[in-house]
Design a protein around this ligand. Structure first.
Ligand SMILES: Cc1cc2nc3c(=O)[nH]c(=O)nc-3n(C[C@H](O)[C@H](O)[C@H](O)COP(=O)(O)OP(=O)(O)OC[C@H]3O[C@@H](n4cnc5c(N)ncnc54)[C@H](O)[C@@H]3O)c2cc1C
Length: 370
């Protein structure tokens, strides 16, 4: 099989990149180590915004805003092409106050800073009483309401992307862990999988999430990435118990309602290496936080508990760039907490780079570190 581009890693970064390259006319093969379930992208909550967007630097905001503009078209195309509904919708996000030890004055200063950021970035936000938006919350307090924040259902988004790739002539090969590179004369000549299969193409893109550095080995140079475990609970609740995303600023805890009544409660941030197991301690802590926010959740069914490994990066800024020395090697990785949020934009920038098309924004912040 002959490809213009081989994409290594079939999470959201890899699949959106493959889809965008196919859309622009390239022939693409995706190699994915596992079968079915795909890395952090499957495990995530699907909130399409940084949790407190005003806490992040412009490179994160730029990617988020570009993705926000690309998501509606992407979802519409995926639905049309595949018949799969990734449940993309603007459910809004309610941000509950920061520290409980803080006076009203300090909270007001923080709220004003958030409002100023939203005004600068044309992002709608109003101050509300929390019960106006979510009546089942235990406390009625002043909160920030961001009505435009969207969400997507991760497994369905991944299914739709995979199907769309195959329908448009791309190939996804599962159970194919890339283990070796053959680099000669400043170019990747071929790669080999753990099964001994060899693949070659004109260009290679690494989208291996938390494993990207390991995979690149000596070619990673100063690119840094590390696994950050996130555990999450899933309730099977009454439909309509909760209609908006609720974020508690104090401990970065959120509840995300799906349309059918499922509610995600997450998530932990743990540096425990490549260990993807779940723990009794996290389960207890997440359950307590969920039921403190919405006491009615104590009566609902706890349906699942899982963990994923985020691709941790400095300041949450990914690398979207070509390799400084190996000219046909590219990287789209390090999206840390917001890889689904930033996926369409990152895929667009990387595909433009490979196909030598103009960029819609300054890509300098996403350079491969030297
Ligand atoms: C609990 C949790 C909640 C989250 N919530 C959100 C959220 O609400 N919103 C948001 O935007 N983001 C969220 N995230 C973050 C988001 O999920 C990640 O940033 C994103 O999924 C990273 O995508 P990726 O494709 O880079 O990595 P992954 O999804 O991890 O995909 C990498 C893939 O590469 C494969 N791979 C690795 N090595 C090899 C190899 N050698 N050969 C072949 N394949 C290989 C892996 O098997 C994997 O499938 C959350 C993450 C977690 C864990």
């Amino acid at each position: 099989m002959s490809s213009d581009v081989i994409v290594i890693g079939g999470g959201v970064a890899g699949l959106t990149t493959a889809r965008e390259l196919l859309r622009l006319g390239a022939r693409v093969t995706v190699l994915e180590r596992t079968c079915g379930v795909r890395g952090a992208s499957w495990a995530g909550a699907g909130i399409l915004s940084p949790l407190l967007p005003w806490h992040y630097a412009e490179p994160v905001t730029q990617l988020t805003q570009l993705s926000n503009s690309l998501f509606p078209g992407l979802i519409e195309a995926l639905r049309r092409e595949t018949g799969i509904n990734p449940e993309y919708r603007a459910s809004g996000m309610l941000v509950l106050p920061g520290s409980s030890g803080e006076g009203d004055g300090e909270q007001d200063v923080r709220n004003r800073a958030a409002e100023a950021w939203c005004a600068r970035h044309a992002s709608r936000m109003t101050r509300v009483r929390s019960h106006e938006i979510v009546p089942v919350l235990a406390r009625d307090e002043t909160a920030l309401w961001l009505p435009e924040v969207c969400q997507v259902r991760n497994p369905r988004l991944l299914q739709a992307l995979a199907k769309a790739i195959e329908l448009s002539g791309g190939t996804i090969i599962e159970d194919a862990e890339v283990t070796r590179w053959k680099v000669e004369r400043g170019r990747v000549q071929s790669i080999t999988t753990s099964r001994g299969d060899k693949y070659s193409a004109a260009n290679y893109v690494v989208t291996a999430g938390a494993w990207s550095r390991q995979l690149l080995g000596e070619y990673a140079l100063k690119f840094d990435i590390w696994p950050v475990r996130g555990q999450i609970l899933l309730f099977k609740a009454q439909p309509n118990l909760l209609s908006a995303i609720v974020l508690q600023e104090r401990d970065n805890f959120y509840l995300v309602p799906r349309q059918d009544g499922h509610i995600l409660a997450g998530s932990t941030l743990e540096e425990t290496g490549f260990d993807r197991s779940t723990t009794a301690g996290a389960r207890k802590a997440l359950l307590a936080k969920a039921c403190t926010l919405i006491p009615a959740l104590a009566e609902e069914t706890l349906a699942a508990h899982w963990a994923g490994l985020r691709p941790g990066s400095h300041d949450n800024i990914p690398v979207i760039d070509s390799h400084p020395v190996v000219t046909n090697l590219y990287l789209n990785s390090g999206h840390f907490r917001y890889g689904v949020t930033m996926a369409p934009a990152s895929a667009h920038l990387l595909s433009n780079m490979i196909l030598k098309k103009p960029q819609p924004l300054d890509v300098a912040p996403y350079q491969w570190p030297l």
